[in-house]
Design a protein around this ligand. Structure first.
Ligand code: HEM
Length: 214
């Protein structure tokens, strides 16, 4: 179960970092960003049909969400059953803030992804304009011109970064990399990835909110 969690988790981290890198193309202007969004749809054509790679990714992501969530739930259940009763006195010392919030984090991230897909993929939730008539670049701009959209995304990105920090650390533990002498390096690496997630993802929305991108 832990290996399944770690493998799917590493896949998510790669996806998240690629997505973040793609979003940074907003700084290249409308042509660069829209060109990138279009390129994602035609990549490997004609070997794959239009949107082919995107659909492969979507299926892999969905399967990973199912496996990651199921493993999390059954590991949690197993440890609860093994303990027999709930803790009478709960004074966690060795668990960090990220470990304790990781379960709620998972639920928040899942709810965010559902909202996010309705917002930017199916274009069901339109904030700031008629999305059918706008380009992918314009949809980003009209969304993050609203401070509350920026704030909502910030809250989720901080939650995600705590989740990723714990995840990077514990997947390395699962793969057996966390020997005592490497503890500082692994902690540093987990914090680095977590910081990259918040800062990298929030750069384009912040630039839009402050009118550097319009
Ligand atoms: C500030 C943070 C984020 C912004 C501004 C953002 C923006 C976007 C945009 C604009 C799209 C649509 C791209 C297009 O039209 O081609 C998109 C798609 C998507 N995003 Fe995000 N995103 C963010 C964070 C995330 C996070 C944290 C996740 C996952 C945990 C995520 C998962 C996805 C997925 C699964 C898709 C759909 C890909 C598809 O099936 O077409 N996003 N995002």
């Amino acid at each position: 179960m832990k290996i399944l969690m770690a493998v799917t988790g590493v896949f998510f981290v790669f996806f998240v970092l690629m997505h973040m890198y793609g979003n940074l193309k907003m700084f290249g202007g409308a042509e660069v960003y829209n060109g990138y969004a279009e390129h994602l749809r035609v990549i490997f054509e004609p070997i794959l049909p239009r949107n082919g790679l995107l659909w492969i990714l979507r299926v892999l992501l969905l399967a990973s969400v199912a496996v990651h969530g199921y493993s999390a739930f059954s590991l949690w259940n197993r440890s609860r059953r093994a303990r027999g009763t709930g803790y009478v006195n709960k004074h966690p010392i060795a668990t960090s803030y990220a470990v304790r919030t990781v379960r709620w984090g998972g639920v928040i991230i899942l709810m965010f992804v559902a909202f996010h897909l309705l917002h930017f993929t199916t274009l069901t939730i339109e904030i700031g304009g008629d999305y059918q008539a706008l380009s992918p670049y314009e949809r980003m701009v009209v969304s993050f011109e609203h401070w509350w959209v920026w704030l909502a995304y910030l809250i989720v990105m901080v939650t995600l970064s705590l989740h990723v920090r714990h995840g990077v650390w514990s997947s390395l533990a699962t793969f057996g990399a966390n020997k005592k002498r490497r503890e500082t390096a692994i902690n540093g690496f987990a914090i680095l990835v977590a910081a990259a997630v918040v800062i990298g993802f929030m750069l384009p929305p912040t630039a839009i909110l402050l009118d550097f991108i319009n």
